[in-house]
Design a protein around this ligand. Structure first.
Ligand code: FEO
Length: 139
């Protein structure tokens, strides 16, 4: 599997969000590595749990920032978050039902990794630009 690396071009220009993205990538890598290495079911469940909990923390943080700054793109952005929330819930259900399958390993490694990077590049950066252009103070 290809380990995801934080790069400066992923910065959205909002420090707390950049820091969360770095941690998020870490949790993603841990889960993808555990699955690729076919670690124990308990270990994989643990890494997936960390990934899901952190994803929720991160999405909630961004949604709070967007809501608090009256960002017009909130609903569109939140719809993308909800899409991933559903995908993760489905992946966990598949894992609980069938354990690690090739389909699940591929979904984590390719789909989820690509989704995450694409989302930061294409969606999160729009909010970053809004914050900078409007000199929004986030709280
Ligand atoms: Fe950083 Fe919109 O997730």
């Amino acid at each position: 599997m290809k380990k995801m690396q934080w790069q400066n071009n992923l910065s959205v220009g909002i420090e707390p969000i950049d820091n969360q993205h770095k941690q998020w990538i870490e949790y993603f890598n841990n889960a993808a590595e555990a699955i690729a290495a076919r670690q124990s079911r308990t270990q994989i469940a643990k890494t997936l749990g960390f990934l899901i909990d952190y994803t929720e923390l991160h999405f909630s943080t961004e949604e709070r920032f967007m809501s608090g700054s009256n960002y017009a793109g909130l609903q569109e952005h939140k719809a993308k978050h909800d899409e991933l929330r559903r995908t993760l819930a489905n992946l966990v259900r598949d894992f609980e039902d069938e354990g690690i399958t090739s389909r699940l390993a591929e979904a984590i490694d390719i789909f989820l990794g690509n989704w995450l990077i694409q989302h930061i590049h294409e969606i999160d950066t729009k909010f970053g630009a809004f914050v900078r252009e409007n000199k929004v103070v986030l709280s």
